[in-house]
Design a protein around this ligand. Structure first.
Ligand code: URA
Length: 235
């Protein structure tokens, strides 16, 4: 976070809380800007608030949040060691998938959070947040493989809620979380990118799988690959 950032961060959070840019604001109890350590080197990005998150105005406080907390604990972290945000800041009705128009409208908030928090590693939870960085790529093929994005590492993993619907995914998610501390060390990203693709686990629910689509030739989100090793510590 740069020097001007604490004030900017509070301003951003207040903007998100009072946002009325899309119809989701009309049905919300609370917007859910995100929480954790705004100085963290690692940022988790989920999909959208659910029922409990909408009630409390906090991310990942329901069943999926319990899984996320457990996963963090397995690598010795708590939720206030990291930053946790979402693609959408307001709950979609009936927990339906975010619409592209909603993600477009909400995207600048997340982009500003990323700029201000300035994480070294972004962990995408599920296919929607992975799609922000690498549109059209399948989460099943990409999970567990660190990628380079605009000078940061993006690390895609399954959504914690996926493990609630398919317990076979729990060890897969645990395995991916165990890689996280190492990502902050001196990994050369071009080397980790050469790792073989993990086995694909076939799943049933929409947030667990992505229908492979051709990736666009260029992506405004992806930007140029930066071939430099990661620097600094996790926190
Ligand atoms: N699922 C998400 O993607 N985000 C939350 O905040 C809670 C559940």
């Amino acid at each position: 976070m740069n020097e001007a950032a604490p004030g900017d961060y509070s301003t951003l959070i207040e903007e998100i809380k009072s946002c009325t840019l899309c119809p989701l604001s009309e049905g919300r109890t609370n917007a859910v800007p995100g929480e954790g350590n705004p100085l963290a080197s690692i940022m988790f990005i989920g999909e959208a608030p659910g029922f409990n998150e909408d009630r409390q105005g906090r991310p990942f406080v329901g069943a999926a949040g319990g899984v996320l907390d457990n996963m963090l604990a397995t690598i010795g972290l708590g939720r206030y060691d990291v930053y946790i945000g979402n693609m959408l800041k307001c709950r979609p009705p009936d927990n339906r998938d975010p619409k592209p128009s909603e993600m477009d409208t909400c995207r600048p908030y997340l982009d500003r959070q990323i700029d201000l928090i300035d994480p070294k590693v972004i962990v995408t939870l599920g296919r929607h947040s992975f799609g922000k960085f690498f549109p059209g790529e399948a989460i099943g093929k990409s999970r567990g493989r660190p990628r380079r994005w605009r000078g940061r590492t993006v690390f895609p993993v399954y959504h914690p809620a996926a493990t609630l619907h398919n317990p076979r995914l729990r060890p897969v998610l645990e395995e991916d979380f165990r890689k996280l501390p190492g990502l902050i060390d001196d990994h050369a990203p071009q080397e980790v990118d050469k790792q073989p693709a993990p086995p694909v686990v076939h799943l049933g629910r929409s947030f667990e799988t992505a229908t492979p689509q051709p990736a666009p030739a260029t992506s405004p989100e992806t930007g140029p690959v930066v071939d430099q090793p990661l620097q600094g510590g996790l926190f």
